[in-house]
Design a protein around this ligand. Structure first.
Ligand code: FE
Length: 335
């Protein structure tokens, strides 16, 4: 009987953690290696570039995934709202991840930040000529701004933050103003906007900080990067520069809960935060970690301390405004 009971008892869980990652392999490999070296826990990664939440919903309780690694507050908020994440309580995560960069209910945690900044033409925009996001709607920039689509999560994040600071009505007026200042209808990614500055199509663009590093590392794009300077706009109410996050969440059905938790805690540890700082051209979240020399060289700034969860809650309203003003339509056309 004893033998039978043993064989019928739950199978021992493998010492591994299964990760669904939107982040690219080369970015996270050093972290996976560091984790396995430290804990002996193996990692299995599936790179999922689209439909991560849909996949988890379809797999339901049978999903092998323990962890979601992704970028942007809207994706993290969507995952929580879709019910595919679970609440995690951890002293390490609470002390290493600032409160405004994690879900108040423990469903997701920021691991790095990226600022949404202005790339300004070195030769056509003076240092300090643009200091606030609100200023992007000033008619002096007419025909001089390039940006990616208003419906992209990076743009929606900034608009959501603008709503948090200035309210819906003022944000709609601002968005109309920005649209009227565009040199061309929104198209392409963040780097394509810098290329347009380099080519003389516009003078300023919106983009994430780490693309400066990505461009400098690319033989063709380095020229684009060298034609611009990073400016860190702030909100007029005194709040700092808008930052978004890359983050981690535990899936609702995680089969390896314990291992998943130690993976999350590792990512917030000093060791992993230092790897992030040196490998990904982003800012570590931990108060005890510092940005790499290269990233710090792009300039000092004060990050907005508004809660990312509160900003994420505005994303549906932000999308509604983008549609109302027809932000992606031809510049100057009515919304
Ligand atoms: Fe990106």
């Amino acid at each position: 009987l004893a033998v039978a009971l043993t064989s019928l008892s739950a199978p021992a869980l493998a010492d591994e953690v299964n990760i669904y990652s939107y982040r690219q392999p080369e970015l996270i490999q050093p972290l996976l290696d560091g984790f396995t070296e430290k804990t002996g826990i193996k990692t299995n990664v599936a790179y999922v570039d689209k439909g991560l939440v849909d996949r988890l919903k379809a797999e339901g309780a049978r999903s092998p995934a323990d962890i979601i690694l992704t970028v942007d507050i809207s994706r993290l908020s969507n995952a929580k709202e879709a019910g595919v994440t679970q609440s995690v309580e951890s002293e390490t995560l609470a002390s290493n991840v600032p409160e405004n960069l994690r879900d108040p209910e423990g469903h997701w945690f920021g691991l790095t930040t990226r600022a949404r900044i202005v790339y300004a033409a070195q030769d056509r925009v003076a240092p300090g000529e643009i200091t606030t996001y609100e200023d992007l709607a000033d008619p002096k920039w007419k025909g001089r701004i390039c940006t990616r689509s208003g419906t992209h999560v990076y743009t929606l994040g900034l608009i959501s933050a603008m709503i948090a600071h200035n309210g819906v009505e003022a944000t709609e007026t601002w968005l109309e103003g920005v649209k009227n200042n565009l040199a061309r209808a929104p198209e392409g990614n963040d780097r394509a906007q810098v290329k347009a500055i380099w080519a003389g199509e516009c003078d300023i663009s919106l983009g994430n900080t780490y693309y400066m590093g990505a461009m400098l590392d690319d033989p063709e794009q380095a020229e684009w990067a060298n034609s611009v300077r990073i400016e860190f706009p702030t909100f007029e109410d005194g709040a700092g520069t808008h930052v978004n996050i890359s983050g981690v969440a535990m899936t609702a059905s995680a089969p390896n809960r314990e291992q998943a938790l130690s993976f999350m805690e590792y990512l917030a540890s000093d060791e992993a935060q230092a790897i992030y700082a040196s490998k990904v051209n982003e800012y570590p979240v931990s108060p005890s970690a510092t940005a790499s020399e290269r990233v710090a060289g792009w300039g000092d700034f004060t990050a907005d301390t508004e809660s990312l969860a509160a900003i994420g809650a505005n994303r549906a309203e932000a999308l509604r405004l983008v549609e109302r003003v027809d932000f992606d339509g031809a510049p100057g056309s009515g919304g």
